[in-house]
Structures are given as C-alpha cells and as structure tokens.
Design a protein around this ligand. Structure first.
Ligand SMILES: [Zn+2]
Ligand SMILES: [Zn+2]
Length: 276
C-alpha cells in the first residue's frame, strides 16, 4: 500500500550554535534540521547539527532516496553535512537543492565551499552517494516527486535565505527561517507562503522586547509569527530557531504566552513529531 501520511519531525530547533547542558534538556540543543515525510518520500530542511541524528535514523530505516533543501548556508544550517552518514553510502540517492545564492553560487559550489582546507580536513569528493545538486531561484515552484509541490520565496536575511511551502495530500507545512521582520509591516513574501497553512515553522529567535537590541541580525520574534499566522489564517505555529541563550523554563513561558495569543502556537522541541 502506498503511504499517504504527512509528518514533520524536528531534529534540531536551536539557532546560531548548538548548546548542551541541563538547561537545554527538554527543548534540545541541536541546530536547524527539520524532516518532512510525505508518504514514502523524505524531505530534509537544513543541515544543522540535528542532521547527524537524522542520518542515523535514515540508515536504520534503510531509506535509499531523499531530498535536502537549504534555507541558506550560515554555519548553523550547514555544519551537519560532513557528519551525515547517508552521504557515505553508494546505495543512496540524494538531491540537494538551494536557491538563496541564485546567480552567485551554485549548490555544488556552496557545499564544496564549506568542506575546504584549512577549515575542514576532507572535501565533498569523499561522498560516494549518488548526489544530484539542484539550483533554483526564489519564487520557483519545485515538484520533487509526484504529488509534492513546493513553493519558494525570498526571506529578509543577511546574505539571503529562502522560505518553503510544502503541499502534499491537501495539507501544507511551511519552513520559514531565518528572517527579520520590518516593524509594523507584515512580510508579503511570508504571507503568501503561509496562506492557510496547516503548520508554519517560524524564526522566533527573539521576543519582541529584545528586537531593538538585535536589529539587523536577521531574525524575528514569536509575536511577529503570531501576527503573520493570524493574517494568513494559518493553523499551527511552531516557534523555532531558539536563541542559544534561551533555557527550557524560559521557552515554557514563551510557549504559554504564545498559546494565549494564538491557540495553535507551540515551541518546537527536538525530537517532536507533528502529524498534519
Ligand atoms: Zn540560523
Ligand atoms: Zn542565518
């Protein structure tokens, strides 16, 4: 029987740098990596430190094919790549997609650029998986498999970033990180991507009261996530890209405050699975 379910798993929900220790045991310390399973197909979004564990599960399940999509290539979103075991299996087929550097750098050049002496001991030539590097432009509509449609759009982030809207089986999940909002002006690109979405994963590295201190850092707040989800009639909001300074108790409080404003809001927790 063909599998038709659509689930989202958070392998890493932390932003900027992975963290560990007792204050981070419940929401987790690994950086950005989200898996969307659309029936038999696996789509991975970003390759932060959470990717390492995702790779172990993929090996355990014996999956032979997957697609990886990059929001952008800041360190916290890419440094899991060399530690992703499926890339070291000749039986594995991987497509790697990016669009934030369209016209400046190809996806292949981006990956080669992060595994380079003297910053890293091995080059991507060490990978023996069958890798197909794909380039697109923000705004393009991607159809990686029958029945899966992915809309893309530019986000407001230093050096660029791309947001994704994944549609499958009449449901829709969006991956919107990293992005900074302009106060008092809802981002039209984001609104378009998250229109009537079932789940919106949103960059809420900061709280609104912290924003003035961090203007220009390229991140947003959970309060802006709530405003956007309300305006777009989205159902669930996953507060994501947690600040490395934010400990569990503080994230609990943010979760409560956000839920009071928007009942579908929750703080993304490493290991959490959301069924759409
Ligand atoms: Zn980031
Ligand atoms: Zn970034």
């Amino acid at each position: 029987m063909v599998k038709r379910d659509f689930t989202v798993k958070f392998w890493g929900a932390r932003g900027s740098i992975p963290v560990s220790g007792p204050g981070f045991s419940r929401y987790g310390g690994d950086s950005s990596c989200v898996a969307m399973r659309c029936g038999e197909h696996l789509l991975l979004f970003d390759a932060g430190s959470g990717l390492k564990r995702a790779g172990l599960q993929i090996e355990e399940e014996g999956l032979k094919r997957l697609d990886m999509f990059f929001s952008h290539c800041h360190w916290d979103h890419i440094f899991g790549i060399p530690f992703f075991m499926p890339l070291y299996r000749s039986s594995m087929k991987v497509r790697i997609w990016s669009g934030h550097l369209a016209g400046v750098m190809t996806t292949h050049e981006m990956i080669a650029g992060i595994m380079k002496a003297p910053y890293f001991p091995i080059a991507p030539e060490i990978f023996i998986a069958d890798i197909d590097y794909r380039d697109f432009r923000p705004g393009d509509v991607l159809k990686p498999h029958d029945g899966i449609v992915i809309h893309t759009g530019s986000l407001n982030h230093p050096n660029g970033a791309v947001g994704y809207r994944v549609e499958f089986q009449g449901k829709c999940a969006c991956y919107i990180t990293d992005t900074e909002h302009v106060p008092g002006k809802l981002d039209q690109n984001v609104l378009k991507l998250i229109d009537h979405a079932d789940l919106v994963i949103y960059d809420a590295a900061f709280c609104e009261k912290e924003m003035p201190r961090y203007r220009g850092f390229g991140h947003s707040s959970w309060e802006e996530g709530v405003r956007l989800c309300r305006a777009a009639n989205a159902k669930k909001l996953a507060i994501f890209h947690h600040s490395p300074l934010r400990e569990d108790d503080e994230l609990d409080k943010i979760g409560e405050d956000a839920k009071a404003e928007f009942p579908g809001a929750f703080v993304a927790r490493q290991g959490q699975v959301v069924e759409l």
